[in-house]
Ligand binder design. Structure first.
Ligand code: GLU
Length: 325
């Protein structure tokens, strides 16, 4: 099994134990593995260093490097699966990105921690131990990319970070957990509901740079300026974190409609944190040329839109991707 390290709090260190602040990605992946006694009995591990960043600094170039190295590892017959250590801030974005671009039925598990490695009751060692156990489980393959933290196993499409500090920050509000893992004992509950990994038609082959997609957060009394600024900056797609069922006021809708008429893809998602954004409820998507995000939160809608725009600009075809992934 290959463990790919990208940094994050799981590898983070405080300067002193009494200080609350810390620096992400300080410890090597080898030292993280050493901090989880017994992990070597779960799988033969090889470590690959990809980056040492807090995941707020995750970027397209690191995503591409991570995807390439993960794919290369999984393509080797002797490798049974991959575990990726990652900061929790943007873990759901990386997990969903890999879920769409990796072509393999082998397990891929992302893992992080909320407390730095030097904190009292650091959660990283147990999370890493459980992540390796999950990836080593004979039934882990074919479920798409998974996220393991706090004794829970989540699907990449469903999981979201919901709390700034608590170790139980990850939730899968729509469809529940992929499973539970307690000291390496695994219980799987279900399968992912949409296309992923080996069944995905999306990817990076022939894509030199992903199209720019920006997220705009809606609020009461909002003006159109942020939409216009994104268009002016050359965006190819807009995800609107709308109020309620992906709604926006008439000023924002007029700006978004003008953007759509210029060929910019406009996706309505929601700032609520849950629920389906449906077409043509309070906004006439058919007339406005908008796309509904279905269940994807704004940050995941952005990833699907970037990968989708690399293939097509047709709003109807893009809408179908939001129903398929
Ligand atoms: N900003 C850090 C990161 O995402 C902290 C979050 C964490 O890893 O828990 O890397």
């Amino acid at each position: 099994m290959t463990v790919l390290a990208t940094g994050g709090t799981i590898a983070g260190a405080q300067t002193t134990r009494s200080r609350r602040g810390y620096t992400s990605g300080v410890f090597s992946i080898e030292s993280l593995i050493d901090a989880a006694p017994g992990i070597e009995s779960l799988a033969d591990l090889e470590a690959v260093h990809v980056a040492s960043i807090g995941s707020q600094d995750m970027s397209e170039s690191v995503w591409r490097d991570l995807a390439r190295r993960t794919q290369a590892a999984l393509d080797r017959p002797g490798v049974s699966g991959a575990v990726v250590t990652h900061g929790t801030d943007t873990m759901e974005e990386t997990a969903y990105f890999l879920n769409l671009v990796i072509r393999s039925p082998k397990p891929v598990v992302l893992v992080g921690a909320m407390r730095p490695a030097t904190a009292i009751s650091a959660d990283g060692p147990m999370n890493l131990y459980n992540a390796v156990a999950t990836a080593a489980h004979p039934e882990a393959g074919g479920r798409g990319v998974l996220v393991v933290a706090n004794d829970e196993i989540h699907f990449a499409r469903e999981v979201a970070k919901t709390n700034t500090t608590q170790v139980g920050t990850f939730k899968s509000t729509h469809r529940g957990l992929a499973g539970l893992v307690s000291s390496a004992r695994i219980h799987f509950y279900g399968s992912p509901v949409r296309r992923h990994t080996a069944g995905s038609e999306l990817g990076l082959v022939g894509v030199r740079a992903l199209p720019r997609v920006d997220i705009v957060y809606a609020y009461a009394g909002m003006g159109r300026e942020l939409i216009d600024a994104a268009v002016e900056a050359g965006t190819r797609g807009l995800v609107i974190a709308g109020v309620g069922n992906g709604n926006m006021n008439s000023s924002v809708a007029a700006a978004a409609r003008a953007a759509a008429r210029r060929g910019i893809a406009v996706v309505r998602s929601t700032r609520t944190g849950g629920g389906v954004v449906e077409r043509n409820v309070e906004m006439d998507d058919d007339r406005l040329g908008f796309i509904a995000s279905d269940e994807l939160n704004p940050q995941k809608a952005r990833i699907l839109l970037m990968l989708g725009l690399a293939r097509t600009r047709d709003p109807g075809a893009l809408q179908e991707l939001f129903y398929a992934y």
